[in-house]
Each structure stands twice: as structure tokens, then as C-alpha cells.
Write a protein that binds this ligand. Structure first.
Ligand SMILES: [Zn+2]
Length: 426
């Protein structure tokens, strides 16, 4: 049988095949090398304890100013809804946990610094991050051990045995090395070591999500109120912050990394600058600074609970829908459709209000009766209907439902808002 192709033809085809192969190889390799390097995104959260906005704005803080000029600075708030079901004490651990969980005390249940029965069903942003990206690293550098062991709940079955990859804390328990003096010099010394360790490990290990907590400013506020001592402590905190900020910039310069740095405080202080815990405007007022440029929400009264969704957005953490429906904050990065949902029931009608940020967007209003999420169960939401977000209000007939408490959720193109309502008719 005659061959289909002559030897010449076969040699010709082989040559063509070889040229095609080389061509494909060139295309593949050049298209790979032409791809822009993807910079890995990392987050550093810093809490400087108990510095009122009026003080941070008055005292010279060149490092905070440098961060703010790269991104922004805004007065902010915490404390939940004053006089409402989410009213939240302006106490340190309560404030940290509002940042970590993106919820107020009615959900996270950390009522004071004793941290007795946190509701770990409201996951911290650290847990969400680690559950999504187990290979990525989380770190804490802190002048208070409880931040790791109780708030983040390291090693507890209730937090899925969350494990921090790096930590440096608990020095306050070493009373031999750090004798507790009434002027809190030991806290100052510990802050310095904590800040240095954070700088060292950001520089060498570059954790993907880091929390730095420094305490000395709060001690000076309690002891001296508004005073030269407080101002000096704020300047010292700013110097420590400056070391962290320089370490971040070095990492960005020398590595394919990009950082979101958020600096905030955990409460304001009552008149005179001494105490906190109550609901005065001065105690509820805080501030947030960042190296990132934030959205419209940032210039219109952001809250500490906005930090969680902001970090989630930046790091690409997909928050499961049932968790997202519980968040009390909105992202300061990217688009925001609406904020500030509130509602009430009168005469069998649910009236809801919100603040619109978008244009011609549609939302969906949902309701569930009771609260299963707080027990680790799923809530069954019922769709009430669609709303035009520009209307900023809507009404629904719910007279055929018998209930005492309900959770209302407004689903928007950029996330969820929620509000609890009491049935006054019952
Ligand atoms: Zn505090």
C-alpha cells in the first residue's frame, strides 16, 4: 500500500509541527512573564488605648500624620445605638471586640474587661481569615494577654481551636521582670518591647493579618486626665507607631506586598480626660486613621465596627451569608450602597429607614422572627420585598405574624445592614 505522504511531505510536516511548537512555547512564556506581579495584600491593625480625638488632633503626631496623608483620618464612633438595644459600654475590651467581630455588645457579649462569656458564634476577622486561608499567617503583639487568649480565643474549641502563627504578649504577668509601679512605667516598658517585636516580625516574617495593641496612653489618661503626661504618652505611642509604619513601607519597597494599615483607639474619655465606660459623646467618640483612601462612609461618621468588613474586603475574605447578615458595620473600601438601617413596628406595619449612598439601586428587605444565630443555628429569613434604595424608607404589612422580637436585614448590592425590632403590638 502506497504511503499517504511522501518522505518529503512528511519532513515538511515535521518542520511545520516543530515551528508551531516553538511558537507556542514563546507565546506561553512571554505571556506569563508579561503578567503584572500580583502583590500580596496584608493588614496591620493598631489600637492605641484610650486616646480622645481632641487629644490626638492637638498633640504633635508626625507619624500618624504621615499615615493619614497617605490615606486619611476621620473622627469615628463606637458604643452602639445610644439608648437602644445595641448600646455598648465604652470599655477597652468591649471596644476591641467590636472591632474584631464587626458587631456590638448585644451580639459579641463582651461586656467589660473581665470577658466572661464572649459569644464566639460571632467570629473574629482573624478566625474568618484563617478558616478561609489556613496557609496564611496571623499575628498579635499586645500589652494585654487576654486579647489573644480570650477575645481571639486561641486554642478554644468554641473558636475552632484558632491558632495564631506569631504572638508576643503576656509580659504584664511577669512581675519579677516588670514590677507593677503606680506610675505604670512598666506598661511603658512593655509597650516599647511589644512595638519592637511587631516591627521585627513585620520586617522578617510579614504576617498576613496582624494586630498590635499598646496600652500606656490609657494608663496616663486614667492617672492624669488631660495633661502634659497624657500628651507625652501620645507622642511616645506615635513614635512606636512610626517604627511600625516604616517597617511596612520597607516591606512594600522590597517585596511584592501591599499593606492596609488601620490605626484607631478603643474609646474616648469623659470630661477632664480621666474616665470612660459611659455613653457621653466624648466617651463614644474615637478616630480612625489609615494609609488607604476610604469611601464616602469614612467622611460621614464611620464606626469601629466598620473595620471588620473593610479588612474582609481588602483581604478577599468571603464572609458566609449568615455571618454577613449579622455585621453592624460596612466596608470603608470600595462601593457602599447604604448604611444606618433602623426600624420600628406600629399597628402591624414594619417601617424601616436607611441612608442611601448609591444611585438607582435596588435592595431586598428580609425578616426573621427570633434569633437563632446567637445559638449557632441558622435563622430562616422571609423576603418582605424589594425596595428602591433611593427612597431611604419602606413599609411592610407584617400583621399576620405573631412575634416579640425580629431581625430585619436590608440586602444591598454591596452587603447587608441589620436592625432588631421589638413588636410593640404584642
Ligand atoms: Zn481602653
Amino acid at each position: 500500500m502506497a504511503p499517504i505522504f511522501s518522505d518529503i511531505q512528511e519532513g515538511y510536516f515535521k518542520k511545520i509541527a516543530f515551528i508551531c511548537l516553538v511558537f507556542c512555547w514563546i507565546v506561553v512564556t512571554t505571556s506569563c512573564s508579561d503578567k503584572p506581579e500580583v502583590r500580596s495584600k496584608k493588614v496591620v491593625l493598631v489600637i492605641l488605648d484610650g486616646i480622645p480625638a481632641s487629644i490626638i488632633e492637638k498633640v504633635s503626631t508626625p507619624n500618624l500624620d504621615s499615615i493619614s496623608s497617605a490615606g486619611g483620618y476621620a473622627r469615628a464612633w463606637l458604643g452602639g445605638e445610644k439608648g437602644g438595644y445595641s448600646e455598648t459600654p465604652t470599655i477597652s475590651a468591649v471596644g476591641y471586640n467590636s472591632m474584631l467581630t464587626g458587631t456590638w455588645v448585644n451580639k459579641h457579649n463582651v461586656k467589660d474587661n473581665n470577658i466572661q462569656i464572649p459569644n464566639y458564634y460571632y467570629w473574629s476577622i482573624f478566625r474568618h481569615f484563617k478558616e478561609t486561608y489556613p496557609q496564611k499567617t496571623i499575628a498579635i503583639y499586645s500589652t494585654w494577654l487576654d486579647n489573644r487568649t480570650k477575645l481571639l480565643g486561641e486554642g478554644l474549641p468554641e473558636t475552632g481551636n484558632l491558632k495564631l502563627d506569631y504572638h508576643f504578649d503576656g509580659l504584664e504577668l511577669d512581675t519579677v521582670r516588670f514590677p507593677h509601679d503606680t506610675l505604670s512605667r512598666y506598661i511603658h516598658e512593655i509597650d516599647k518591647l511589644v512595638a519592637s517585636k511587631a516591627v521585627e516580625e513585620i520586617s522578617t516574617k510579614a504576617p498576613d493579618l496582624t494586630w498590635v495593641y499598646l496600652q500606656y496612653t490609657d494608663d496616663m489618661g486614667h492617672r492624669y486626665g488631660n495633661s502634659p503626661e497624657m500628651d507625652a504618652a501620645v507622642q511616645e505611642a506615635d513614635r512606636q507607631l512610626g517604627e511600625i509604619w516604616r517597617a511596612i513601607k520597607e516591606r512594600e519597597k522590597n517585596n511584592e506586598e501591599e499593606y492596609l494599615l488601620i490605626v484607631t483607639t478603643d474609646h474616648g474619655r469623659a470630661q477632664g480626660g480621666y474616665h470612660h465606660g459611659g455613653q457621653s459623646d466624648a466617651e463614644r467618640e474615637i478616630w480612625i486613621a489609615s494609609n488607604s483612601k476610604f469611601n464616602k462612609r469614612f467622611i460621614q461618621n464611620p464606626a469601629i465596627v466598620d473595620v471588620f468588613p473593610t479588612v474582609a474586603r481588602y483581604l478577599g475574605i468571603p464572609i458566609p451569608k449568615d455571618h454577613a447578615m449579622e455585621l453592624d458595620g460596612v466596608s470603608l473600601l470600595g462601593e457602599v450602597s447604604a448604611t444606618d438601617l433602623s426600624g420600628k413596628i406600629e399597628g402591624g406595619r414594619l417601617k424601616i429607614n436607611w441612608k442611601n449612598f448609591g444611585e438607582k439601586q435596588v435592595g431586598k428587605a428580609w425578616i426573621t422572627f427570633g434569633n437563632q444565630f446567637r445559638y449557632g443555628n441558622k435563622d430562616a429569613y422571609i423576603l418582605l420585598g424589594e425596595v428602591n434604595l433611593e427612597d431611604e424608607s419602606a413599609e411592610f404589612d407584617i400583621s399576620n405574624h405573631a412575634f416579640q422580637n425580629a431581625k430585619v436585614v436590608l440586602e444591598t448590592p454591596t452587603g447587608f445592614l441589620n436592625y432588631w425590632v421589638k413588636n410593640a403590638d404584642q
